[in-house]
Write a protein that binds this ligand. Structure first.
Ligand code: GDP
Ligand code: MG
Length: 291
């Protein structure tokens, strides 16, 4: 048996969350077409006869712009030396850019073995994939280079095999039927946040945070009641999320409830509240409190 911890590192939008979802076969980590939606470590667990891979989905890398940025980058850096293997993911279709280069240079300083995943090959010409891989290889030493598509599934088996190659012998750390060790509240908050992001634009994504206030079970009615608060930075954002006559909040709430019911197999009541917390991103204390 082989087992170990694997960090998936890459700048926002290269497909880290999509890859984890594809591998594990269930939604455990938020996927969005807007960058920087994964704000904290999310582990997904892959089981097979060969062993167990515990994936750590790192937040998309970006240069610090405020205290939330600093917090994320330190998380990423600390993580690199703790894991057995790093999968560095790039968007082969988009090409190897400045952001990738910056991150690859940081990876170089870690002794942890690294695999390069050139993702989105379904969108890219072979030449483009090759040149992206080549540029990455100039910055950092990779044990293997794997071409993947998290969407079509191409290369995923090859990636898994390559990962096992570099993991030590070891036991399963988690039960086989467990695919995430995130508390239920985190999953609930992520699902709500995902729905908010899907329905809002530019001004909202960076400003939104979700906190679960209360979860109560009523076994007689087979009903789970969840109360949660969506935090934004400005009154204008609050207005956008609530929408005309509450229509937007209703839409967000309904979509989140349907997904939560599918996830739990239970009937859910979801009560959503929207609150303004001015400039919460700039206040590190607030960041730690919310996550
Ligand atoms: P993350 O920020 O690295 O976690 O990126 P996400 O997993 O959220 O993916 C960002 C966007 O890229 C989403 O719209 C995905 O559907 C899309 N995406 C991810 N992987 C692939 C892929 O292999 N092929 C294509 N065509 N799209 C992908
Ligand atoms: Mg992500």
């Amino acid at each position: 048996m082989k087992s170990g911890f694997v960090a998936i590192v890459g700048r926002p939008n290269v497909g880290k969350s999509t890859l984890l979802n594809a591998l594990v076969g269930r939604k455990v980590s938020i996927v969005s077409d807007k960058p920087q939606t994964t704000r904290y470590r999310i582990r997904a667990i892959y089981n097979s006869d060969e062993g167990q891979i515990v994936f750590v989905d790192t937040p998309g890398f970006h240069k610090p712009v405020d205290s939330l940025g600093d917090y994320l980058n330190n998380e990423v850096l600390n993580l690199l030396d703790e894991v057995d293997l790093i999968v560095f993911m790039i968007d082969a279709a988009g090409g190897f850019g400045k952001g990738d280069e910056y991150l690859a240079n940081i990876l170089k300083s870690s002794k942890t073995p690294k695999i390069l995943a050139c993702n989105k090959v379904d969108l890219a010409e072979t030449e483009k994939v090759e040149s992206s891989a080549c540029s990455a290889g100039l910055c950092c030493d990779f044990k293997r280079v794997i071409k993947t598509s998290a969407i079509t599934g191409e290369g995923l088996e090859e990636l898994i095999n390559a990962i096992y190659e570099f993991l030590p012998e070891g036991p399963r750390y988690y039960p086989e039927d467990m695919i995430t060790d995130l508390p239920f509240e985190y999953q609930v908050a992520e699902i709500i946040r995902e729905k908010v992001l899907h329905h809002t634009y530019e001004e909202v994504p960076h400003a939104v945070a979700v906190e679960v206030d209360e979860i109560t079970e009523n076994p007689q009615k087979n009903l789970t009641s969840i109360y949660a608060t969506v935090f934004v930075e400005k009154d204008s954002q609050k207005g956008i999320i609530i929408g005309k006559g509450g229509s937007m909040l209703k839409k967000i709430g309904t979509e989140a409830r349907v997904e939560l019911e599918a996830l739990t197999g239970k009937k859910i009541f979801l009560g959503l509240n929207v609150k303004v917390k001015k400039d919460w991103r700039k206040k590190e204390q607030a960041v730690r409190m919310l996550y």
